[in-house]
Design a protein around this ligand. Sequence first.
Ligand SMILES: *Cc1c(COP(=O)(O)O)cnc(C)c1O
Length: 334
Amino acid sequence: MHLARFPRIRLGHLPTPLEFLPNLTRHLGGPDIYIKRDDCTGLATGGNKTRKLEFLVADAIAQGADTLITQGAVQSNHARQTIAAAAVTGLKCKILLEERVQRASEEYAESGNVMLDRLLGGVIAARCPSGTDMARAMEDLAQELRSQGGKPYIIPGGGSNAVGALGYVACAQELLGQSFERGLRIDHVVHATGSAGTQAGLVAGFAAMNSHVPVYGIGVRAPRPQQEENVWKLVQATLDHMGVSLSCVQRSDVVANTDYVGEGYGIPTDAMIEAVTLAARQDAILLDPVYSGKGMAGLIDLIRKGHFKKGENIVFVHTGGTVGLYGYRPIFGQ
Ligand SMILES: *Cc1c(COP(=O)(O)O)cnc(C)c1O
């Protein structure tokens, strides 16, 4: 495994800190909880898409692209970060937003990430109804740009392909370095999983380094079989892209618990509201309502149920999304 062989541009404030959460750990009375601050990757407030975009945008530039195209939900952190990456590199950026979340508030439609999308100079090419084939819509938009002489580069939703996942292979390497420096044995890595690139990169990276660090994904959208299959496929594609033998990894290394999705993607749950509030009031950590809040809700519940135990060291990867809180103002800060 030799990541310097792949084109990469620097976008993030890396490495991100690995911090202990003393108050949440004491409050829950279970394992020691550490947090990997990938909400602090910089790039227009940061989040997990920064690491992926370092490889994706470098690939776009290497291919001579002039415009980035991507898609996401209306409060997409990925869209906001892609627009920010385009601003930094002088590329144009067109995004398609899917109205994936029903019963959304006015804040959801216009504040938070959407406000920043505009401020950062992105073009919201269209808002598509829920259920639109977004991959197809991006291809249509790219075709239109090509017919006008443009050179578009399509980044899949969430930046999750074998190129983007390299960002989280790099994060696995970074985490193992930090764990060694401070003599911290990592028993479990826990994080929210959506378009699968974060989990696939971490699983591939830990496996390629033969580190035996288990990764526990907590789903925010798809049912478990589909989520695990998406991650598993991308683990294999990522190892293949790196030229690492697939024999280092097994299907059972991919675990995605989807018990904390609730009614659906982006729809608040009581457990998410509790988790976001608890993290804020215990250790002043600002999670997000769509991803890290549900991820933390899962971690809290699994600690209370004794799945993660006293004496273990857990690293929760804070994948960002804090800006999305503004899109959910009516449910917080009462
Ligand atoms: C995109 C996102 C995730 C999910 O990461 P994937 O790589 O898409 O699985 C988690 N948290 C936040 C805040 C995100 O924006």
